[in-house]
Design a protein around this ligand. Structure first.
Ligand code: HEC
Length: 167
């Protein structure tokens, strides 16, 4: 009887430790981040770690009036990006920012992505740039010069326009 109790206690302890570890592990460490591939990134942000469940850019609601070339936008930050924003440092590797752009009639027109990949493009902040149609078709991806040229105006803010945050 005593031996049975000991065995039961051990089993229970093992399970609760496993459960506790599982509980504290953030989603992004359970699903590996995608490489620099437009389709893998799209799959990641729409299925594996759906961007619509991420944090909105603080202070910006859904469908806010954006500056050109965007119109009406919603901007989402994954865990790494949100963390970097809060500590006011350049975005950590693995940061992903997704901006949906809507037209005046509030129809989704495009999905813009900035994804920070370690060593990907040191000359321009290591950002991977991507633009998708609402149905997921890739319109532009990689070291896209059009994106980089314009976003370079805010190079000191880690190429991010929405709001100054880098201290
Ligand atoms: C002519 C300038 C210009 C070009 C070209 C441009 N952007 Fe932007 N982008 C902006 C501005 C301005 C904002 C901020 C809009 C706002 O929030 O009011 C922005 C916002 C963003 C954001 C939200 C994060 C941030 O920087 O504020 C992402 C993501 C983004 N753009 C991706 C892209 C991608 C990908 C491309 C290329 C396919 C691109 N942009 C091309 C000007 C530009």
């Amino acid at each position: 009887m005593k031996r049975l109790m000991i065995i039961l206690t051990i089993i229970l302890a093992t399970f609760s430790v496993a459960y506790a570890i599982h509980e504290t592990m953030p989603a992004e460490t359970t699903v590996p981040l995608p490489g620099p591939h437009a389709s893998a990134i799209y799959k990641y942000i729409t299925a594996e770690d759906n961007y619509r469940d991420w944090t909105l850019w603080p202070g910006k609601g859904k469908k806010f009036q954006a500056r050109p070339p965007l119109e009406i936008a919603t901007t989402y930050l994954n865990e790494n990006a949100y963390y970097s924003l809060r500590v006011r440092e350049k975005m950590a590797n693995g940061s992903i920012i997704v901006t949906e752009n809507y037209d005046r009639n509030r129809n989704l027109k495009a999905i813009f992505v900035m994804y920070k990949i370690k060593g990907y493009n040191p000359k321009a902040g290591n950002w991977y740039w991507a633009q998708y149609d609402p149905d997921g078709r890739t319109k532009a991806a990689g070291r896209v010069s059009a994106c980089i040229d314009c976003h370079s105006k805010v190079k000191n803010n880690d190429y991010i326009f929405t709001e100054p945050f880098v201290k």
